[in-house]
Design a protein around this ligand. Structure first.
Ligand SMILES: Nc1ncnc2c1ncn2[C@@H]1O[C@H](COP(=O)(O)OP(=O)(O)OP(=O)(O)O)[C@@H](O)[C@H]1O
Ligand SMILES: [Mg+2]
Length: 338
């Protein structure tokens, strides 16, 4: 099986929803070209949870903003590749097509809930607006549905809360409101960009439970961006590890945890204290993250890699299948790390 096909070997049985193929995204800035995402491939099936992992600046948010067609162009340029949602090409899709897809088909929870909620409108109104725009409900029907949803995501006293403004909500409640908005139209795919960052551990766990419960009911595909390896361990079926804009390891979460293949993945695992309790954010690998304007030659990880050999400095490794795994690693020494 070719390496690209290896990532497509089903981890779950659900219908194929999203196919990202060889995606390359650049930002053309005054300082040079930012290589935010390079040749990235993954796909997502119904009912499946895929986690995207990687340190800050590795391209996680940009890769999913490309799926939603939300990148500012310029400076962003999709320099190559394709993104298909149930067969429909989204790269270069018309605004009309995206309006039909964003919300009812693919919804997103953003990294920063304040930027997604409009401060001047009441929270209930903002959720109800989703129904008015997409499902033609009357004003009072839409409002009733909004209150139901707020109840479902665990906002207490939803009726009263619906007439409050975002600044009257705590961080956790705002996050729930945003989740309610994203789930309003029962999307087939939910993209959650660090949905629990900045929330306390108990609220994090409640929100993850909520997402999983809804996923079970609706067979929604979930793309979860997170720094939290504990969350990945408990919910992900499939994992994509990013480094400097590239998917350096892809595969089933089970294989990834039992036996991380890429040296960077191994570093991530080693940086996590293996004790009960909240896991730390991923940031304690030695060395500095690479510049995505002046990428290191060869493999971008080579300056920090304990397994580096001469080739790594000159040749960029392609993704290749990992023996006995459902997955790939982009490393010259795959299967030979000792
Ligand atoms: N509008 C933009 N103009 C120029 N560069 C950008 C723009 N948006 C993102 N980038 C750059 O693209 C790269 C990838 O950014 P991205 O936001 O995807 O990182 P991330 O992995 O989500 O990080 P974090 O964990 O901090 O959220 C970074 O180097 C970032 O500075
Ligand atoms: Mg991000």
């Amino acid at each position: 099986m070719a390496a690209a096909d290896q990532t497509r070997a089903a981890v779950t049985e659900g219908d194929l929803l999203l196919e990202v193929d060889d995606l390359t995204v650049e930002f053309h800035t005054d300082d040079g070209i930012v290589h935010a995402v390079s040749n990235m491939s993954w796909d997502l099936h119904a009912g499946e949870t895929m986690a995207i992992l990687g340190e800050s600046g590795s391209g996680k948010s940009v890769s999913v903003q490309a799926v939603m067609n939300l990148l500012p162009t310029p400076p962003a340029v999709i320099a190559g590749g394709s993104i298909r949602y149930r067969g429909t090409e989204l790269v270069g899709a018309e605004a009309k097509t995206m309006q039909k897809i964003r919300g009812p088909e693919i919804a997103m929870i953003f990294q920063d809930p304040l930027s997604a909620l409009n401060p001047v409108y009441r929270v209930g109104w903002q959720i109800a607006e989703m129904f008015r725009m997409h499902s033609g409900l009357s004003k009072s029907q839409a409002r009733a549905r909004a209150v139901e949803l707020m109840d479902m995501v665990g906002i207490p006293n939803p009726k009263e809360r619906a007439s409050q403004f975002p600044h009257q909500f705590s961080g956790g409640m705002r996050q729930r409101a945003m989740i309610a908005m994203a789930l309003a139209l029962e999307p087939k795919v939910l993209i959650a960009d660090e949905p629990t960052t900045a929330l306390d551990v108990t609220v994090q766990a409640q929100i993850m439970d909520l997402l999983q419960r809804i996923q079970k009911e609706t067979q929604m595909g979930l793309v979860l961006i997170t720094h939290d390896l504990g969350v990945v361990a408990s919910v992900a079926d499939r994992v994509v590890v990013m480094y400097a804009g590239r998917a350096v390891e892809t595969g089933s979460a089970e294989d990834f945890y039992a036996d991380p293949a890429h040296p960077y993945s191994r570093g991530l695992m080693a940086s996590v204290p293996r004790i009960a309790g909240p896991l730390e954010r991923l940031q304690s690998i030695e060395g500095t993250p690479p510049s995505v304007i002046n990428l290191p030659s060869g493999c971008a990880f080579h300056p920090r890699c304990p397994f580096v050999v001469d080739r790594c400095v000159t040749d960029r490794p392609e993704s290749s299948a990992i023996a006995a795994h459902v997955g790939t690693s982009a490393c010259h020494r795959t299967g030979d790390l000792s």
